[in-house]
Each structure stands twice: as C-alpha cells, then as structure tokens.
Ligand binder design. Structure first.
Ligand code: 7TS
Length: 433
C-alpha cells in the first residue's frame, strides 16, 4: 500500500503499489520549498497536511500575495479614481500599476485593452452582452465547442436566443479533443464569432488557440478565448495567439477573487458598455451620456483595489518562479499521476493521454460514485473535486454524470499524487470493487 511520504521532493525514489512499481520523477521546480510559501498548505486539516489537488477550481494563495493585500489596506487604501487627497492618489496609482502588471503578463499591446472584471465568467459575459448583442443577428453563426465550461457556453446560448443568431458546436473526439471534421459541417455558414477554451477544465485538453483564431479570422469572425485554465499554468501571449478576447481568473493563479478580460482595442471601442454607472462615463446630462475612454468605459463603480493589487502580486509571483518551469513541472506530475491511476484496475481516465494535456486528471472508479471517491479521499487529506465541473455537455459525451478530478499546480509534489493513488486504493477496498 502507498503511504504519504516526506514532503521532500528532489530525491528519486520508488513508490510501490500492490500492482507495480512506478519511479517518482524529478521536475524543474522545488515544489516542496514552494509549498512553504502557502500558509494554508502548512496547516493540518483533520490532523493531516492537505494534499491540495483542486487548483483547477481555485488555487491557494502564497504569503507574498496575502502580504500585498494586507499592505495595501494598511498603507494605500482609499476609493480608486475619485479622491484628490494623497491616499486616494496612492490608491489609484496602485490600481493602475496592477493593470500594467496584468498587461505585461498577457503581453497585451496596450493597457487600454485590459479590463478588470470579477472573474473569467464576468469577462466572457461582458463580451457576450457588449459585443454579441450589438453585432450579431439572425443568419449569423456563433461557433462554440462541446468541451466548454458553462461560462463560455451559456452566455452564447443567451446571445443566440436574444439576437436570432444560430449557435453551432465543434464536437469532441473520444480522446476528448476537438473534432476538426465537424468544422467541415460549417462550410458556407456565416460564422461571426468563435468561442473556445484554451484548456478544458474537465478533460485537460489543450486547444491550438492560434489555429482556431486563424480559422475564425479566415471566416471573418472574431475569436473569444476562455483562458481560465491556461494563464495560471503556461505563458500566455495574447498577441501571439491572435485571439480577439481572452478571459482569465486571478483566483486560479494564486490571486484573490479578481479577473481580467483582454480585448482588442478597436473592438472594445466599437462596443457599448456591459454595465453602466459611476466612473465609466465621460459626461452625463439628463438627456444622455457619453462613455469614458478605454479601459474605464467597462469598469463602473469603485474598483476593487486590494483584489487588483493581490492579482498583480500573484502574476509577479508565478512570473518570478517562471511559467515555463511551472508548465514543465505540471507536465511531469501529470504524466506521473496518469501512470499511477491508470495502473489501478477499474479506474477510467478522461481526455488525451500525456504529454498532450494539462495538469487535470479526471477519472471515475467503476462501481463508485464520484462524490464518494472525493469523500473518502478527503478522509485521507486529499482534496479533489467531484461533479460535472460545469461541463455537462462534455460529461454527456463520455456518458458520465460526474467525474472525480485531481488538478496540479506549482506547489504539488509527487507525494501528493502518491497520496491520491493510495486514497483511490482505499476507495476500492472500502467499496469492495
Ligand atoms: N472557464 C473555465 C475553463 C473554467 O475552468 C472556469 C472555472 C471558468 C471558466 C469560470 O471561472 P470563474 O473564475 O469565473 O468561476 N472552473 C471551475 C472548475 O473547474 N471547478 O470550479 C470552477
């Protein structure tokens, strides 16, 4: 049986299951040391340090981000973009400096193209309501995919319903990849918008966003990319990808509850605001209103300063560690976790096998409900998510209602995955399957 090992990570060692021996690999990151930055991961829960494998839902926060948030409240807090006193100016400077950091993080051409939003969901809805409702109509075709998170699917259903545009889907193959043959069915369609995810949160599939953006542009369409599962884990360069919109969530990349939407400046200029009110206007009279310049046109209300500063601190943190190294680390862990789980009879893994995948291991155990798997793993200190992961169409494609899902990040070690595999062994023994 597997036992939780020491937190040390650099040594090569052998992990024994009842069935096979799997060599624990090394990775370019000293994740055991990185883990020390995350206070919550150093605190026992039910008498054990957590093996936190649910970063695809939300990541944990390092001391550096927590400190940045505390610092802004202790030294620089006031209403952003409103006050003329010194503290107010300091608050505005820190908020706009955070935008500069996120602009560089995404390699957007201009800070005018980076809009702060609550999360990726709000960013995608902003595009749906402010672009979709204005520029789409009957006869137009929106193309989305069967693997989308509901955040990049339901808004397009709403746009189609309200505008009379038609919503079509690129289907999945049984490896959980986009079926390019289903694109041929779109020949002759008047495609105006393509909405696709960079990385699937339930299958771990990585899409070729640059190719999808080229296809969209060749058809005269704009491309909206959901980057929620990509930006925390790999270098994202929106200019190189060529997408027109790109939405991310800071809370999945070591930051607080805050997100950003990248949008091409000329498109943002042409759009009307999604939400209106204070701060996003140039002039208001009783007869009408003109809009503020970009990006403020899309940011009504007093901005969330501490969240923006924490978001920027998170972008700095992962950038300092290095997104290439984080990506490589996750590739190694994912291959290791895949090997451990696939060696257990009755465990079914979803999505393409390594190395062509992100650090998301979605699986079922024959004869056991996904929630029971997650509950027994919790008793072993292993945190995984169970459910449909807000991707019901993808679940339906694979004829399951739910999977258990372990997802890795920069602070995970092979030890966390050993504990996962040991926990799944325990699940099987408990249920006698
Ligand atoms: N897009 C993808 C691909 C996601 O994985 C998620 C959240 C979202 C959009 C929405 O992000 P939010 O920050 O606006 O909520 N995914 C998950 C998940 O997999 N488990 O919980 C939330």
């Amino acid at each position: 049986m597997l036992r939780p090992g020491p937190l040390g990570f650099g040594l090569r060692r052998r992990v024994y299951t009842e069935r096979m021996a799997v060599e624990a690999p090394t990775t370019p990151l000293d994740a055991a040391r990185i883990k020390l930055d995350f206070p919550i991961l150093m605190r026992e829960v039910n008498g054990m340090l957590p093996a936190y494998l649910d970063s695809a839902a939300s990541s944990q926060k390092p001391r550096q981000v927590i400190d940045a948030i505390v610092d802004v409240y202790e030294t620089s807090y006031a209403a952003v973009h409103r006050a003329v006193y010194t503290l107010g100016e300091r608050a505005t400077e820190r908020y706009e400096a955070a935008r500069d950091t996120v602009t560089a993080f995404l390699n957007a051409a201009s800070r005018r193209e980076v809009i702060f939003v609550r999360n990726a969901t709000e960013g995608l809805n902003l595009v749906a309501y402010a672009y979709g409702l204005k520029f789409l109509g009957p006869g137009d075709v929106i193309v989305s995919t069967e693997m989308e998170h509901h955040s990049n699917l339901v808004p397009w259903q709403e746009v189609a319903r309200r505008t009379g545009a038609e919503l079509r889907y690129v289907r999945l193959t049984d490896r959980g990849e986009l079926d390019t043959e289903s694109l041929e069915e779109l020949a002759g369609a008047d495609v105006k918008l393509v909405a696709a995810t960079h990385v699937s949160n339930s299958l771990g599939t990585v899409n070729d966003v640059a190719a999808i953006a080229r296809w969209a542009h060749d058809h005269g369409a704009v491309m909206v990319c959901d980057g929620a599962q990509a930006a925390p884990h790999r270098v994202v360069d929106v200019q190189a990808l060529g997408c027109d919109f790109y939405a991310i969530s800071g809370h999945k990349m070591c930051g607080p509850g805050m997100g950003a939407l990248y949008g091409r400046a000329d498109l943002l200029e042409a759009m009307d605001p999604f939400l209106t009110g204070g701060g996003q206007i140039a002039k208001v009279t009783l007869e009408g209103t003109t809009w503020n310049e970009l990006p403020y046109k899309f940011e009504p209300g007093v901005p969330p300063l501490a969240e923006a500063v924490g978001f920027a601190a998170a972008a700095d943190y992962v950038t300092r560690i290095g997104l290439e190294a984080i990506h490589e680390h996750e590739q190694v862990l994912t291959a290791y976790g895949w090997e451990l789980l696939s060696a257990i009879p009755g465990v079914n893994l979803f999505g393409p096998p390594p190395p062509d995948r992100a650090g998301i291991l979605s699986f079922t155990v024959d004869g056991v409900h996904a929630h029971d798997v997650a509950q027994i793993l919790d008793a072993e200190g292993v945190c995984v998510r169970a459910g449909h992961h807000c991707t019901q169409p993808a679940m339906r494609h694979f004829d399951v209602v739910a999977t258990s899902r372990a997802s890795v990040y920069l602070y995970n070690t092979t030890d966390d995955l050993d504990r996962l595999a040991a926990g799944v062994d325990r699940v099987k023994r408990t249920f006698g399957v």
